[in-house]
Design a binder for this molecule. Sequence first.
Ligand code: NAP
Length: 261
Amino acid sequence: MRLAVIGHPIAHSLSPRLHQSWLEAAGRFGRYEALDVTSDDLSELFARVRAGEYDGLNVTIPHKEAVIAFLDELDEPARQAGAVNTVYKRDGRLVGTNTDGSGFIDSLSGLTDFSGETLVIGAGGAARGIVAAWPNQRVTILNRTRKKAETLAAEFGCAVAAEPLDLSRFAHIIQTTSVGMDGTSTPLALTGISPGAVVCDIIYRPRETAFLREAKRNGAVTCDGVGMFVGQAARSFEYWTGVRPDVKAGKRLIEQLLEES
Ligand code: NAP
């Protein structure tokens, strides 16, 4: 079995180590590669996939939307997300799916029963996947560009955040913007959150963002982006192999690799 993640740049991707460990644990002969692919290379790459060189792909920045043109079919999660992070083969056809949202939901298992109100900060690709997969519509969206929050909210029957925003009413606060990757900035001050609220940041480099530190100080139950990263990968792996991998072992591996990097 030959698999790959495609993106540009891709050198720092942790996906090869994770999937390789799962392939070995499943006793599958196989290789998972990281392919640095520009937009101009996509056509040639998909010709190679069709010719049987690869059995499946992960797709990351900046190709999640562009690959749609090279596929035969999109499933419902990919259609809803408007983006593809996983390509698999079914009856010789190339199918695109999106496991980001469902992988995130999986990662919350044991932390919440999903009841209560949810605040999603951000309205980009990751937010779209999460809102599409969230098990109810009690979701409020807050985004720097309000128009994008309105479009997303209208599509999925959610609300748009209004000022002043009372954070105490949210059982879940999910940070999906890229703000915080520098280790210091946060998209929103977490004043007045409900103690015991579940606060997630889907950034995993750094693992503990300033947003999560503030959430912890305010008594929240927190989760970082490693859970989503491993969750989406596990679902991709299942599409390709039919095997549910060991998510806990995968999480330990990624945490260790992040500590070393
Ligand atoms: P995206 O589609 O480009 O969306 C970016 C979002 O961040 C938009 O809502 C944007 O707001 C907001 N934003 C960017 N800069 C901002 C700023 N200075 N102030 C306020 N808001 C700002 O990106 P994405 O694909 O959704 O990814 C977002 C983050 O999620 C990235 O850090 C990515 O690494 C992470 N992610 C993690 C996982 C995982 O497995 N853990 C998976 C996917 C993504 P505007 O609409 O106003 O521009």
